[in-house]
Design a binder for this molecule. Structure first.
Ligand code: ADP
Ligand code: MG
Ligand code: MG
Length: 199
């Protein structure tokens, strides 16, 4: 079973990964965007982990719902509402239970990914964060390590794609040949999840 502490560990590992990779995320956002993805997410995850321990929620659902709200209010740019929605919707799907099973979490994260697709109007293959989120959540019932690898491969697979959503889509064919920054940060979320689970 997964308790609130597991989700705190996930978010802390995600914040550390975003901090470590921020320059690279911003570099990826330079040829096909506006060179702010790393700084956007760093600002957001810094706010998430800055929640004082006595104010930290103590159910899995509430941990993710609060983090999602914090991302929405601190991250400028497309990725803030999208990642915020991912966490808020996942948190909402987990309800108020003090502990959730891995199967329940995988199902809730699926609802979160579906909400990202609904909000942004993007689908698999549009060269967005969904190209990493969808394969990651598909592989989650297998293992955290499988999800991490699937998400990483999904991010790499955005390189030959032409962007159909977001800022990169304004470039048309010139978006081909570059890895999508949002798919790359999504892969970091799955990496952090495997880390929190000790895999
Ligand atoms: P902005 O483009 O507003 O500067 P960021 O640079 O923080 O925001 O985030 C860009 C990332 O957001 C893209 O690499 C892409 O993965 C993701 N993204 C943008 N638009 C969409 C969308 N409509 N659906 C899903 N993901 C999107
Ligand atoms: Mg950007
Ligand atoms: Mg921007």
């Amino acid at each position: 079973m997964l308790d609130a502490d597991f989700f705190h560990r996930w978010l802390a590992a995600a914040a550390a990964a975003v901090d470590r990779e921020a320059d690279r995320l911003t570099e990826l956002d330079s040829p096909i965007g506006d060179a702010d993805h790393g700084s956007n997410l760093r600002r957001g995850f810094t706010a998430v982990v800055a929640t004082p321990e006595k104010e930290a929620p103590d159910t899995p659902g509430a941990v993710l719902t609060l983090a999602g709200r914090q991302l929405i209010s601190t991250v400028g740019g497309a990725s803030g509402p999208l990642y915020g929605t991912l966490l808020r919707r996942t948190g909402k799907a987990l309800g108020e239970a003090p502990e959730v099973s891995e199967a329940e979490f995988a199902e809730a994260l699926r609802a979160g990914v579906d909400a990202v697709a609904a909000l942004g109007g993007a689908a698999l293959g549009d060269k967005t964060m969904l190209d990493s989120l969808v394969p990651g959540v598909d592989a989650l019932p297998t293992s955290y390590a499988a999800a991490r690898e699937a998400a990483r491969r999904g991010a790499l697979a955005t390189i030959p794609l032409q962007a159909r959503k977001g800022r990169a889509s304004y470039l048309g064919e010139r978006s081909v040949g570059h890895q999508d920054p949002g798919a790359t940060s999504s892969a970091l979320l799955f990496e952090a999840l495997a880390e929190a689970a000790g895999e």
